[in-house]
Design a protein around this ligand. Structure first.
Ligand SMILES: *[C@@H]1O[C@H](CO)[C@@H](O)[C@H](O)[C@H]1NC(C)=O
Ligand SMILES: *[C@@H]1O[C@H](CO)[C@@H](O)[C@H](O)[C@H]1NC(C)=O
Length: 160
């Protein structure tokens, strides 16, 4: 997967930076569809391209959206893995739920099979409690997210 991505990106950068339509077709033809099946392909982080009968069409992502190579659509940066987006890097991370500190734990994210599986919002007034693996009252959650007192609410580690 990584290798495919790296290869695609490399090819994309090469073709894009040259700025020369390889197959001599119109101006926006930065990718060579010769010999490629009809379909959608990843250009770089900001656009796809489409091959139809070996002709190329550029499909830029609107606004600030970036390429989500897993879903093959344009998506918000914070839902897309690096390098195109800023979603949490789940590589090497154990399956589970993790607090999203940027939202002050009002949401958590899920890593599954070392892949980012999106954010989940807690119900109003609740924040994620990693010790319970669920949303909880802020006064029952330890800092930095909650206001829970560690002496009153010892961590699992201290409480075998
Ligand atoms: C695909 O392109 C070739 C040559 O450019 C043309 O002869 C053929 O009719 C095209 N096929 C379709 C389905 O448009
Ligand atoms: C994601 O984390 C892994 C393991 O720590 C690391 O090897 C990899 O370079 C990271 N990827 C990115 C894009 O930060």
């Amino acid at each position: 997967m990584k290798l495919i991505c790296a290869t695609l990106c490399f090819v994309a950068v090469l073709s894009f930076c040259s700025g020369v339509p390889k197959n001599g077709r119109p101006d926006n033809t930065y990718y060579d569809c010769t010999g490629l099946d009809d379909g959608l392909y990843i250009g770089d982080c900001t656009h796809f391209y489409r091959c139809d009968n070996e002709t190329t069409r550029m499909l830029p992502c609107p606004g600030n959206l970036v390429v989500n190579e897993k879903q093959m659509w344009c998506d918000y940066k914070d839902l897309v893995k690096p390098p195109c987006g800023t979603a949490p890097n789940c590589t090497g991370i154990i399956d589970g739920k993790y607090p999203d500190y940027k939202s002050r734990c009002q949401q958590f994210y899920t890593c599954l099979h070392e892949d980012f599986y999106g954010y989940t919002k807690c119900a109003a007034n609740l924040i994620f409690n990693p010790e319970k693996d669920n949303c909880d009252w802020p006064f029952l959650v330890k800092p930095p997210c909650g206001s829970g007192n560690e002496r009153v609410w010892p961590s699992k580690a201290n409480n075998p």
